[in-house]
Write a protein that binds this ligand. Structure first.
Ligand code: AMP
Length: 287
């Protein structure tokens, strides 16, 4: 089936209402476009369990800081359409900035506690922008389920919290991070990296893997795990660390010593040259 492209909220809502009345299950995959195999894996996963998959493309100005890359964020909608179709997506919701934020727009959503640390500390306002746009995209597409990538780990917790707090009644499904064979997490921003930088960026995955292996061997002292991650990142002087840390996976709490039976998440962010990179790895406790 050819891809249906919708640009207005009203048309999107009407179509979703019609599909729901027909008894169809709807999934939403929010993206900022410049799609890669990681995005495609979200769409493919959604297609497995839903009749209709709506991919949204919207580069959301609200979630970029004043010095961030909103203007130069890569865009290629024609290529994106092919990737969506090839992945089995049937609808693209592609609104303009004015459609999403008309001049009288006034509301923002803030998921307070879990937004404070890590990304929230280094990107003030980012998660308010994310929560707000995702709530609007949910209101426009009316999905039963929405799919997000583990790549943006803290974002997944914030969206789940928002859906819970606001009783949105949408199931949130998290898809593992898709990586290049080298281990580099796929990201639209990887296009900014030179070939040398792509090699240097592998240090993030190495640091996460070493931290993970330390935990697997029984280490639960946060400082020890973080030291190993920092030591490995230091072997790549081109990478400027913002944070390299480990936290409880469900709350992002950072006690000095973790309990044995807690699921943990290792998190790294920083700059390689002018490009900001983030990555994470989950440790799931066996108990
Ligand atoms: P973005 O377009 O970067 O806002 O990402 C849209 C969605 O795709 C988010 O839920 C991301 O977490 C997810 N995503 C981005 N990169 C990957 C990846 N390498 N593997 C899986 N999901 C990803």
């Amino acid at each position: 089936m050819p891809l249906t492209i919708i640009t207005t909220i009203k048309e999107m809502q009407d179509l979703s209402d019609t599909l729901r009345k027909q008894g169809k299950t709807i999934a939403c995959v929010p993206t900022m476009g410049y799609l890669h195999a990681g995005h495609a894996s979200l769409i493919k996963e959604a297609v497995k369990s839903h009749d209709i998959v709506i991919t949204t493309i919207f580069v959301n100005p609200l979630q970029f800081g004043p010095k961030e890359d909103f203007e130069r964020y890569p865009r290629d909608t024609e290529r994106d359409k092919n990737i969506i179709e090839a992945s089995g997506g049937s609808i693209l919701f592609y609104p303009s900035i004015d459609e999403m934020y008309p001049p009288d727009y006034q509301t923002t959503i803030s998921v307070t506690n879990i937004s404070k640390s890590f990304e929230g500390a280094f990107r003030p306002g980012h998660f308010e922008g994310v929560a707000t746009v995702v709530a609007k995209l949910f209101g426009a597409t009316k999905p039963h389920t929405a799919f997000f990538g583990q790549k943006d780990y803290q974002q997944t917790l914030i969206i789940k919290q928002m859906v819970h707090d606001l009783n949105l009644g949408i199931c949130i499904s998290i898809v593992p991070t898709l990586r290049e064979s080298s281990g580099l997490a796929m990201s639209s921003r990887n296009v900014y990296l030179s070939d040398d930088e792509k090699k240097q960026a592998l240090v993030l995955h190495s640091a996460l893997s070493e931290g993970h292996s330390l935990i697997e061997h029984g280490e639960r002292k946060r400082a020890k795990i973080e030291q190993v991650m920092h030591d490995i990142l230091a072997t790549c002087p081109e990478f400027t660390i913002q944070y390299a840390s480990v936290a409880e996976a469900d709350t992002l709490a950072t006690p000095d010593i973790f309990l044995e039976n807690k699921d943990l998440v290792l998190l790294i962010a920083g700059f390689l040259g002018k490009t900001r990179l983030i990555d994470n790895m989950l440790y799931l406790s066996k108990s």
